[in-house]
Design a protein around this ligand. Sequence first.
Ligand code: MIC
Ligand code: SF4
Length: 649
Amino acid sequence: MAGKTLLGKVLAAHLVGGDYVPGGEIKIRIDQTLCQDATGTMACLELEALGVSRVKTELSVIYVDHNTQQNGPENQNDHLYLQTVAAAKGAYFSRPGNGICHQVHLERFGAPGKTLLGSDSHTPTCGGLGMVAIGAGGLDVAMAMGGIPFKIQVPKVIGVRLSGRLQPWVAAKDVILHLLSILTTKGNVGCAVEYFGTGAASLSVPERATITNMGAELGVTCSIFPSDAKTRAFLKAQGREAQWCELAADADAVYDRIIEIDLGALAPLAACPSSPDLVRPVRDLAGKAVQQVVIGSCTNSSLKDMMTVAAVLEKKPVHPLVSLAIAPGSRQVLETLARNGALASMIRGGARILESACGPCIGQGLSPANGAVSVRTFNRNFAGRTGTKGDQCYLVSPETAVAAAVTGVFTDPRALGLEYPKWKQPAKFLVDDSMILPPPPEGTPVEIVRKDTIGAPPVCRPFPKDVDGTVLCRLGDKITTDHIMPAGAFLKHRSNIPVYAKYVFHCLNEAGMPTFSEKAAAVRDAGGQGVIVAGESYGQGSSREHAAICPMYLGVRIVMALGIERIHAANLVNFGILPAVFESRADYEALAEGCKIIGADVPGQLCRNGHVEWTAVRADGSRFTFRCRPVLSAEDLQELLAGGRLNVR
Ligand code: MIC
Ligand code: SF4
């Protein structure tokens, strides 16, 4: 019998339903969950709606790291709700200021061989520790907190054999950017990535985590590294050696595809505006003026990243035409920098120090000037995500970012003329968990603080028998959840669906014209259903279930696309929206905004045939029929027909 992949071993150890066969649907036990505040309020409201009195996982943590700007009372209303609901339900609470959920989870909680489900698409970061760590919508995470197994399609496993060693000034970020240039951000739904080889063994845990983090941009279910001596050393330095165990794939493991990467052959890379897979060598961009550099985010804010940046700033100050901001990923990292003097080097070098949080990565502050080139160590450069329309955002390693900051232009960091700073992981990290509040003992009375900006999750009606749909918009490829539900300044409405829903497809709205939400509500109020038509890879990016809940609130019941990303498809079903894939590109092309979409006995057709026959009626009255294949398992179908998962539990 063929050997097992590491992913297969961990999933098999957690299997509670289904057969582990490629493409099959399985249910797995979830050991740990994480939520952050931007998706977590809704997840916790759903946890309450499910009637869960106490979390049933080994560990559940709720972080506040996204909405920390507090313009108006909404953010702190959320923080108070989350802190008290965590205490009431038996979850840990990581206070604002303690750091970005993925960085903190890696440092303080992640453990090899465990499963982690998080209501954030970058949850796979902890795959760097040998975990099966998966991002999902809030409702799926709430269910996992309540002890309900998580269902997933058995992924195809792409093996990435890393050989050689990274050269000085070439970083883990360049590895994942290189992989993004091969696999791109679309077409990887239903796959996972497993790294192995001597090159993998040479990388530290935070470097591995940079790579697994951006597996989210590939659109894969998760990414995983073996748990080895490097993992042990990291956990030991975090005071958690007891949680280590050795894990690796069998030597004869069979992968669906193998990609070979020689780390020694890589050069510094940059993802160009406005997609993480538009990758070019930095040397091709050399000399291009840069006006802003931001270093941080869950991808690149580890102690090693920060120490490298500080070492450069110690030697060279920020260029006068560049604004440099740095957000260390966790309080552990920030305090270490403060104590070892590296923070002083950053400040002396001219950096603006931000709190340990998502900050500009989610459009909370530091929007670049019009036309300015912004170079960031983040993971997403979707158009407008910085908060500036028409932004020019490039994604790079901390090495390349700081080189741009001190020279004012794109610069291959190897051309800086500096010796590559030596880095040695400390034998002991600075461990202080006082900003992580453990839950009080079960039975302790806790009052959940619920201010009036915190609404209940909306409930959806059962799926209609006969569909009288209207195409509300016809979109192109790679529509992200940032397009569907903007973050940045709008993030503060995440707990208030009627208000947040006003901003669905805000990017499509034109001054003086009815907004998307007004058009959708008009169709809904006339008794019809809204239909969204899109190209390939619809729903890329964030796990935010608001990209399903808010359209559902506006009466959208069908998304028809050439392809739909995994987390978003699950979120659509969870909230009673049918995700369906066109059988032919010509049908997608033939539909236009305003077309009527008629479907007779849709539930019956779905149950009987597994597909739906639709009739489209154009504005001139001409008609054509076409078919779509739903993205649904048998269980999903029942949930969809009931109007979403909250209605069937
Ligand atoms: C993101 O990076 O887009 C976010 C903000 O972390 C999201 C979660 C959210 O929208 O709240 C994610 O990646 O899932
Ligand atoms: Fe936060 Fe950015 Fe990471 Fe999302 S990608 S969790 S916004 S740092």
